[in-house]
Design a protein around this ligand. Structure first.
Ligand code: ARG
Length: 578
C-alpha cells in the first residue's frame, strides 16, 4: 500500500499526531510511529480521537491526562484542525475545521469515485477466488468464496491496484478416474441433457461409493486416471466434456452475480510445472523420500508433513499450489496473492505458504478464510441430499423480491418490475453474506438471506432510491436554480455529523480492503443510511431558507453517491426506484 497516496482524513490526522508526540516528547526515546487516531464513538465528542495517552503512560512516566494535556497545549494546529481538547481519563478529541471539511467534500463530489485514494498505484494483487470443482454443482457453500472474493477484487481495483482475478477451478486430480468410470457405466443421457452437472455428480457419487467396497473397481478408476494423465485420447475427450458442461453452469451463476475473472485457469494449467517444482524442492533439499512418497517436513513450523508426490507417483493439491505461486510470480510479479476459501483449508495454505517462502518466492501470500455455511439442522452434505444449489437460491430470491416489487410498484411494466426484482433479490443474497464477519459460521435461513428490512441489502437499495429522489423533488419546485453552484454549509450539528460520515468513505474502503472484510463497508453504509434518516427527519429540506436548502440537497446527493459506490463495491446494484 502506498501511504503517500493516502489522502484520507484519518491518515492525515495520524501522520500529524505522530509528529506532535515526537516533538513534544523529543527528550525521550519512545517510538511514536504506531500512535493512531480513531473515529470518535457515537456519543464521544470531537470528530476523531487519539486514545494513546493511556497506553503510553508507563513508557513516558506520566499520568495519561497530563500527557494528553501536554499534547493539547503544545501542538501547533495545522489548517485542517479547529481545536483539540482533553476528555475523560486522557482522550484527545480532535475537531476538524469546517472549511477544510467542505473542501474535502467538494473534492469527493467532483471525483468519479468519491476521491478514494489510489494507495494501490504501482502494486499488483492476484485474487484467487470462487474456484469450484469440475463435475460438482455450485451449492450455496460456494457463494461465500465467490461473493467475498469478488468484493475484495472490486475494493482493490477501486484503490488503484492492478488486480488479476483468477478462478482456480479444480479441473485435475484423483476424482477424474472415478468420474470417468461412473460416466462409462452409469450415465443417463436424458438426465445429462436436462441437468448436466447434477447427473455428473450423481455418477461420481455412485462410482465413489462402489470404489470403497470394490477393490477391482478402485483399481480401474486409478487406471483411468493414469490414462487421462498420460493423454489418452478418449479420456481427454471425456474430461473436456466434463469441463465444458460444468463451466456452462458456473458461467450462468457468474453472470447472474455479475462476477468476472481475468483468468479461469484450472489446476491443469500448471501440469507442466509440477515435475520442475519437485526437482527444485529436491535440489534445495527441502523434499525427501519417505515411505515411497516425496514429502517436505515442516516440524520447525509446527505444521504437519506435506506430501508433494504420493507413493503412486501422483502429484498433490499442494504441489499444484506451489507451482501456481511460481507461475504467478513469473508472469504477474504480484506484491500479494490472496486466496479465498473456507476454513477447512487453513492447514493446506499454511503448508504451501511456508514451502513457497523456503523456495524464496518474493510475494506476500494471504489466505482469507471464511466460516462454513450451515443449515440450522447441520452441515450441507450431498449424501444427505440437503444441498441447496446456488441457482435455486438465486431463483427463490428473485421470486420473493418480485412478489414485493410487483405489489408496491403497480405503475411499472412487468419487465421493469422483473429487472428491479432481480437487482433486489441478488442484492439481498449478497448483502446477507457480506454484512457478516467473514470468519463467523453462517447459519443459512431463507428469512435471513432474503431479509428486506433492518440491516439488509434491500433496505440500503431503498434508502438510495429515496435519497436520490430528493433532488428530483427540488428540481420540480425550483426549476431554474442550479443547487450545485451553492457552497456546502453546516448550519446544524447533525448536518456536520453527517458530512463527517460521508468524508469517511475513503478510509472505510482502505480499512475493509486491508483487513479483507467486506463487512466493514456494509456496517459503514448501514450507519450512514441511518444517520441520513435522522438528518432527514430532523431538519427541513425544501422548506429551509435559500442557501441552507441547496446545501442540504447537495449533502443528500453525496450520501446517495456514497451509498451507490459503496454498494457497488459489494457488487450490489442500486436501481433508481424500488
Ligand atoms: N478447488 C478448491 C476447492 O473447491 C479451491 C481452490 C482454492 N485455490 C487454491 N489455489 N488452492 O476446495
Amino acid at each position: 500500500m502506498n501511504r503517500n497516496n493516502d489522502c484520507t482524513v484519518v491518515n492525515l490526522l495520524t501522520d500529524w499526531v505522530r509528529g506532535v508526540f515526537a516533538t513534544i516528547f523529543s527528550d525521550t526515546d519512545v517510538d511514536f510511529s504506531n500512535v493512531s487516531v480513531a473515529m470518535a464513538g457515537a456519543r464521544g465528542l470531537g470528530d476523531y480521537q487519539c486514545n494513546e495517552a493511556m497506553p503510553l503512560a508507563k513508557k513516558l512516566g506520566k499520568a495519561p491526562r497530563d500527557i494528553a494535556q501536554a499534547v493539547v497545549d503544545g501542538a501547533k494546529l495545522p489548517d485542517f484542525i479547529e481545536k483539540l481538547e482533553v476528555a475523560g481519563p486522557g482522550f484527545i478529541n480532535i475537531y476538524i475545521k469546517d472549511e477544510w471539511l467542505v473542501a474535502y467534500l467538494e473534492k469527493m463530489s467532483a471525483d468519479s469515485f468519491c476521491a478514494v485514494s489510489d494507495v494501490g498505484d504501482g502494486h499488483t494483487v492476484v485474487v484467487d477466488y470462487s474456484s469450484p470443482n469440475i463435475a460438482k454443482p455450485m451449492h450455496i457453500g460456494h457463494i461465500r468464496s465467490t461473493i467475498i472474493g469478488n468484493t475484495i477484487d472490486r475494493m482493490y481495483r477501486a484503490l488503484g491496484y492492478r488486480v488479476i482475478a483468477d478462478n482456480h477451478i479444480g479441473d485435475w486430480g484423483t476424482q477424474f478416474g472415478i468420474i470417468i468410470m461412473g460416466y462409462r457405466n452409469f450415465i443417463d443421457q436424458a438426465a445429462l441433457k436436462a441437468d448436466p452437472v447434477a447427473e455428473l455428480e450423481r455418477v461420481y457419487v455412485k462410482s465413489y461409493e462402489k470404489s470403497r467396497e470394490d477393490d477391482e473397481w478402485l483399481t480401474q478408476c486409478r487406471q483411468e486416471l493414469v490414462k487421462l494423465q498420460q493423454g489418452d485420447k478418449d479420456n481427454i475427450a471425456l474430461w473436456d466434456e466434463f469441463i465444458e458442461l460444468s463451466m456452462g453452469e458456473f458461467e450462468r451463476v457468474y453472470s447472474r452475480l455479475d462476477v468476472k475473472f481475468d483468468y479461469v485457469r484450472g489446476e491443469s494449467f500448471y501440469n507442466d510445472r509440477l515435475q520442475p517444482t519437485l526437482d527444485l524442492l529436491l535440489e534445495k533439499k527441502l523434499a525427501e523420500e519417505s515411505e515411497g512418497a516425496l514429502v517436505v517436513f515442516l516440524e520447525e513450523e509446527k505444521l504437519p508433513v506435506c506430501i508433494v508426490r504420493k507413493s503412486d507417483g501422483g502429484f498433490n493439491y499442494a504441489t499444484t499450489d506451489i507451482a501456481t505461486v511460481a507461475s504467478r510470480v513469473d508472469e504477474f510479479k504480484p506484491d500479494t496473492i490472496v486466496y479465498v476459501t473456507d476454513e477447512r483449508q487453513q492447514a493446506h495454505f499454511k503448508q504451501f505458504f511456508c514451502i513457497s517462502k523456503k523456495l524464496g518466492y518474493d510475494v506476500e501470500l494471504k489466505h482469507v478464510w471464511f466460516g462454513l455455511m450451515r443449515l440450522p439442522s447441520g452441515v450441507f452434505s450431498t449424501r444427505e441430499g440437503n444441498v441447496i444449489k446456488l441457482e435455486m437460491l438465486l431463483d427463490e430470491a428473485e421470486r420473493r423480491a418480485f412478489e414485493i416489487v410487483s405489489r408496491s410498484s403497480l405503475e411499472l411494466s412487468e419487465d421493469v418490475q422483473k429487472d428491479i426484482a432481480r437487482a433486489v433479490g441478488i442484492g439481498a443474497v449478497k448483502y446477507a453474506d457480506l454484512s457478516q464477519n467473514p470468519q463467523s459460521t453462517v447459519t443459512f435461513t431463507w428469512e435471513k438471506a432474503l431479509a428486506l428490512d433492518g440491516n439488509s441489502g434491500p433496505y440500503l437499495q431503498y434508502a438510495y432510491a429515496r435519497i436520490a429522489s430528493v433532488s428530483d423533488k427540488y428540481r420540480e419546485r425550483f426549476e431554474d436554480i442550479d443547487f450545485n453552484s451553492y457552497p456546502l454549509l453546516f448550519s446544524e450539528d447533525i448536518e456536520r455529523k453527517l458530512a463527517i460520515k460521508v468524508a469517511r468513505f475513503g478510509e472505510t474502503v482502505i480499512r475493509a480492503a486491508s483487513s479483507y472484510k467486506p463487512s466493514v463497508i456494509a456496517d459503514y453504509l448501514y450507519d450512514l443510511a441511518q444517520a441520513y434518516s435522522t438528518f432527514y427527519q430532523t431538519v427541513p429540506f425544501l422548506k429551509a431558507e435559500e442557501g441552507v436548502r441547496e446545501s442540504r440537497i447537495r449533502l443528500c446527493g453525496m450520501v446517495a453517491t456514497v451509498l451507490r459506490d459503496g454498494l457497488g463495491l459489494l457488487g450490489i446494484e442500486t436501481p433508481d426506484r424500488i
